[in-house]
Every structure is written in structure tokens, then in C-alpha cells.
Design a protein around this ligand. Structure first.
Ligand SMILES: C[S@@+](CC[C@H](N)C(=O)[O-])C[C@H]1O[C@@H](n2cnc3c(N)ncnc32)[C@H](O)[C@@H]1O
Length: 245
């Protein structure tokens, strides 16, 4: 019975993730969704900036703290291995939905691309960024990353293996294609407002710090020398650039 409940929970969490992921494309790109990064009533500058930074910080803290091995080890003892990842995905989705809901638009335009062709290219890049994000998740392990593999394995009484270290497809070109996809999507806008710029600069800073000082440190601890060799051969974010630590 508990296996079925865990399974249903994991499926519902995955559906919520899909909704919040699709909503993110509409939210950042100001496309189709009822509330986007630049829609709604504009309030005073200082409180809006503080609220937006607080919303981004909630996501960053949740996302980084719950992903650390020390936290995971402790948390697995409480919730069990099967649904640990689903709870992580659920928490991230809720933090994102809260951000979409409470985001304060700041509509002053910082830059605007007036040339229609360049504007269309930039919009194309926006969707390319999101596509890179989605495809990259399949290159490591989409189903493990979003908790589905764990709930399926549990249902079939298979003991889950640790996810394998991948150096395939996009991971041959950069070490962090998912984050590169986000960076491309967040910066590629024909109209950059103050609110969008705050979002983009803060997330860029967070991505660089989280990858360099948290994720890669954990990967070196976990994988060891093969990851250090990978770091020397493959650049972090910029394809074909000199590889860096
Ligand atoms: C949200 S994913 C982001 C992965 C990577 N930073 C990127 O931008 O493509 C985070 C998870 O991917 C795992 N990961 C990072 N690089 C990996 C690789 N080359 N192979 C397998 N898993 C990896 C990390 O251990 C972490 O659990």
C-alpha cells in the first residue's frame, strides 16, 4: 500500500514540476501566462526589489540546502530514499510557484531591440535555451532527476543504484548544459526591463556560485579523479572556451 501511495505521490509531484516548468517559459518570456515577469501593477521600487530578491533567495536556499549530501543523508533517514527526490522536486516547484505569484514587476525598459530580425533571433535563442535545459536533463537522467525512477524502482522492488557520471552529448561540450540553457533563456529577451534584469543578474550569480562552490565540490568528493580530469578537458559553461575550474 505504501509503495502505491509513494508512486502516486511521485507522479503528482512530476506533473506539478511539468506545470511549473512550462509556466517558467511563459513567465520569463511574457508569453500566454496570466502573470509574467513584467505583468501586473507596478509598486514602489525599493520594496519591489527587496521582495523579488527575497523570492529568489527562498528558491536558492531551498534548492541548494536540500541538494547537499549532508542534508540528504539526514533527510533520507526521516522520509526514506524512495520519495526524497520527489520531495525535493515538490519543494522546488512550490518555491517557483510562490515566486510567480508574488513577483513584483518593474517595467522600466533597460534595453529594447528594435530591429525585427534581431528580435526574432533573440526570441529563437530564448526557446533554444529552454530546449537545451530539457534535452540535457535526458542526457544525465531525466527520470532520476525528477524522482520518477525512484518510485518505479520501489514499486518493482528494485534497489536504486546511484546515478552514473555522464560525459555524453552536451556534457562533452560543457560541464553544465542545464545551467547554460537557463542562462541563454534568461538573457535572451528583446525587451529587458528592470524587473527582468534583476531576475537575470541574480540567477546568473546564483548559478555560477552554486555550480562552482557547491555542486562541483560535491561531484569531486563523490566521483574523485575522473571528475577532476573532466574539469580539465571540458569547459564549465562556454563551449569551446579554455576549460576552467
Ligand atoms: C539540476 S542537475 C544540473 C546538472 C549540471 N549542473 C548542469 O547544469 O547540466 C544537478 C544534478 O546533476 C548531477 N550532475 C552534474 N553533472 C553530472 C554529470 N556529468 N553526470 C551525471 N550527473 C551529473 C549533480 O550531481 C546533481 O545531482
Amino acid at each position: 500500500m505504501s509503495k502505491i501511495i509513494a508512486f502516486i505521490f511521485g507522479i503528482l509531484v512530476y506533473l506539478l514540476f511539468l506545470i511549473s516548468f512550462l509556466y517558467a517559459i511563459g513567465f520569463v518570456g511574457n508569453i500566454l501566462v496570466p502573470k509574467s515577469i513584467d505583468s501586473g501593477v507596478e509598486n514602489a521600487l525599493a520594496p519591489s526589489i527587496l521582495i523579488n530578491l527575497a523570492l529568489l533567495s527562498i528558491f536558492a536556499v531551498q534548492h541548494s540546502v536540500m541538494a547537499r549530501p549532508v542534508f540528504k543523508k539526514w533527510w533520507i533517514k526521516i522520509v526514506g530514499k524512495t520519495i526524497e527526490r520527489s520531495i525535493y522536486v515538490l519543494s522546488s516547484s512550490l518555491a517557483l510557484i510562490f515566486l510567480y505569484w508574488q513577483w513584483r514587476p518593474l517595467k522600466t525598459v533597460v534595453w529594447e531591440i528594435e530591429n525585427a530580425t534581431i528580435s526574432a533571433i533573440v526570441i529563437g535563442l530564448y526557446f533554444l535555451g529552454w530546449l537545451i535545459v530539457l534535452l540535457s536533463t535526458f542526457m544525465i537522467n531525466h527520470f532520476e532527476l525528477f524522482g520518477l525512477k525512484q518510485i518505479f524502482d520501489n514499486l518493482k522492488n528494485i534497489s536504486a543504484k546511484s546515478p552514473a557520471f555522464q560525459i555524453n552529448f552536451f556534457y562533452k561540450i560543457v560541464r553544465h548544459p542545464i545551467m547554460l540553457g537557463f542562462l541563454i533563456a534568461f538573457w535572451s529577451t528583446p525587451v529587458m526591463t528592470v524587473g527582468h534584469l534583476i531576475f537575470t543578474v541574480t540567477t546568473t550569480f546564483y548559478i555560477i556560485v552554486a555550480v562552482k562552490y557547491l555542486e562541483e565540490k560535491d561531484l569531486i568528493k563523490h566521483i574523485g579523479e575522473p571528475y577532476e580530469i573532466y574539469q580539465k578537458k571540458v569547459p564549465m559553461f562556454i563551449p569551446f572556451s579554455k576549460s576552467s575550474n
